[in-house]
Design a protein around this ligand. Structure first.
Ligand code: FAD
Ligand code: DLZ
Ligand code: SF4
Length: 521
């Protein structure tokens, strides 16, 4: 009897722990398109196309390499609609002696998987997902004795563990390359007037992708998002081409312009590799090694290379460890007691705020927005307008092609909304229009005036910022990194303060909540 190896949609890695070392004549690989996964939120159409197409390509690649792959399509007649149901059916078909599966990326799926040993009449082995630098056990150990968790401390451990950008100082000590651990302060250039970043490669849909596009139009036509352009890499080969383009053309400027935003320019110098990394098409550690080599070869500056490596072995690993440490409570966290419904414009882009409209547009067209758009425009607004964390979480999970709960939820609940009360980040990322103006070209042609603080036509971020600070004073004032903001607030005269609060209330009163449930069936 063979071993049955279920491979989930974000486990599309040739040396996945469950197939590494296995022999082909002793193994049946199971891949499943299931209704439960396609609809637990109403994912952006591009996200479903990406995952189904990448799964189908991966299955074909495995078959070409001689593996037996049992592939269940969404439309197969007896498809039960769930992973557990499909594994049960596959056990009937193949009578395996064991099931070997890699730990799920998401808590929701892992809850079901944990029942498999009791449910199924054969041995079930759940293997660690070793595509991450830090195992979940290692993260737990690291976190256990610490009062506060900070990415920077974790990141340094990962630098030492991987040896990335580390040098011997001649006395047997490891030192960070260039003398500093973190070049964040050199990642904040405002955009230039005439920025002309090279275009990232767009991969034309082949017959497999085209078939999936038709399926998604047919079955998920009412979901958010456009399918007009679909250009994401769906195979390892394409993903490598996308990585080549980043390393050859964009990494040089990635560092300085990491936080810059330009109207209508969606990729700037970002790698655009998150969809491929999260699916398993690219190995994150290999990408970091390649970045480090680019620095060593003099092809990219330290602020670009360190910044890129920090995002991957720092933030990406840190949020994953944090997620598993704090689930399931993280999904319910709401320390600031934010209750406002998500406005309709998060789905339609119909707002006079030019920054928000552009970020929603790229989200709808590309199922992508870059980090600072997600954090300091869409996220900042959600924070200072007091939007309900559950609705914001659903939105982010729906709209981005790279969104899986393990990476989305910590970024949303903890990083942008401070709903965890500061366990992940040391302060809320609240900002007024000033920040957006400095880092983008959005404000010049906006219907609102960024320099106007209050009253008709003033930038909503300005008054919302102060209202947020005022409303959350009890919770935030003791935070050393926020506290001094209150002395500025207190120095304003009472009438001015009231004007801020009135302007914000008026604006909030004009927001229309979503007219339908875009996120859940
Ligand atoms: P680059 O800017 O080129 O960065 C390189 C890589 O670093 C990314 O591909 C990604 O793998 C990693 N990375 C960077 N920042 C983060 C981060 N904060 N957390 C984890 N990994 C990071 N990323 C996702 O992959 N999925 C999500 O669902 C997701 N949701 C987010 C929600 C919010 C509110 C915020 C603020 C960030 C979120 N991110 C998420 C992180 C980040 O915005 C995206 O990884 C990035 O925009 C992807 O584009 P890129 O590949 O061009 O990234
Ligand atoms: C996101 C997603 C979607 C839309 N559909 C499927 C699917 O039909 N089959 C599958 O194996 N995986 C899918 N995925 C990705 C899973 O949700 C993801 O692999 C798990 O939740 C673990 O992170
Ligand atoms: Fe956004 Fe305010 Fe600038 Fe308009 S003025 S683009 S709303 S920050």
């Amino acid at each position: 009897n063979p071993v049955l190896v279920p491979i989930l949609g974000d486990q599309l890695t040739r040396n996945l722990a469950s197939i590494r070392g296995r022999t082909k004549d002793d193994t049946v690989i199971l891949m499943m398109e299931v209704w439960d996964e396609a609809t637990y939120v109403k994912h952006h159409k591009q996200k479903i196309v990406l995952i189904f197409s990448a799964m189908r390509h991966f299955a074909a690649e495995l078959r070409d390499a001689g593996w037996t792959v049992d592939y269940v399509k969404l439309t197969d007649e007896d498809n039960s609609g769930s992973f557990t149901g499909e594994v049960a059916r596959a056990i009937e078909r193949h009578d395996p002696r064991a099931v070997h599966v890699v730990h799920s990326g998401e808590w929701r799926v892992q809850q079901d998987m944990d029942q498999w040993p009791d449910k199924f009449d054969c041995e079930v082995e759940i293997l660690d997902d070793d595509r991450f630098v830090c195992s979940l056990a290692e993260f737990r150990d690291w976190a256990e004795d610490r009062k506060t968790l900070r990415m920077e401390h974790f990141y340094r451990e990962m630098r030492k563990k991987t040896g990335l950008l580390m040098n011997e100082d001649g006395q047997g000590n490891l030192r960070p390359t260039g003398g500093e651990w973190n070049y964040d302060s050199e990642n904040r250039e405002s955009p230039e007037e005439e920025m002309d970043p090279p275009e990232r490669p767009i991969f034309e849909p082949d017959a497999i992708t085209q078939e999936v596009i038709e399926l998604v139009e047919d079955r998920f036509g009412s979901h958010f998002g456009s399918l007009e352009i679909f250009g994401w890499p769906v195979t390892r080969e394409e993903a490598e081409e996308a990585a080549d383009a980043f390393f050859n053309e964009r990494i040089k400027c990635f560092g300085p312009y990491q936080d810059a935003m330009v109207h209508g320019q969606d990729d700037l110098y970002h790698s655009m590799l998150s969809t491929s990394i999260n699916l398993g098409l690219l190995d994150p550690l290999e990408l970091c090694q390649r970045a480090a080599k680019a620095y060593a070869d003099g092809e990219a500056p330290i602020n670009s290379v360190e910044g890129f490596i920090r995002q991957i072995i720092g933030w990406r690993e840190y949020v994953r460890g944090f997620y598993w440490l704090h689930m399931p409570h993280l999904a319910e966290a709401n320390m600031l007691n934010a209750q406002r419904r998500l406005p309709e414009f998060y789905w339609t882009g119909e707002t006079e705020m030019r920054c928000m409209a552009d970020c929603v547009r790229t989200t709808r067209e590309n199922a992508h927005a870059h980090h600072i758009q997600r954090l300091m425009v869409l996220g900042n607004f959600a924070l200072i307008a007091g939007l309900d964390p559950r609705e914001v979480q659903d939105w982010y999970l729906v709209v981005y092609a790279d969104a899986y709960e393990w990476v989305e939820l910590p970024n949303v609940a903890a990083m942008i909304l401070y709903a965890d009360g500061g366990k992940l980040a040391s302060k809320p990322y609240a900002a007024s229009g000033n920040y957006i103006n400095k880092m983008s070209d959005y404000c010049g042609e906006c219907a609102y005036s960024v320099s106007k603080k209050v009253g008709e036509g003033s930038c909503p971020f300005n008054s919302l910022y102060w209202r947020f600070m005022d409303q959350n004073r009890d919770r935030l004032e003791s935070n050393a990194r926020v506290g001094r903001v209150y002395s500025t607030w207190d120095r304003m005269n009472k009438a001015k303060r009231q004007e801020y609060l009135d302007t914000a209330e008026k604006f909030l009163g004009s927001l229309q909540p979503a007219s339908k449930d875009w996120a859940r069936n």
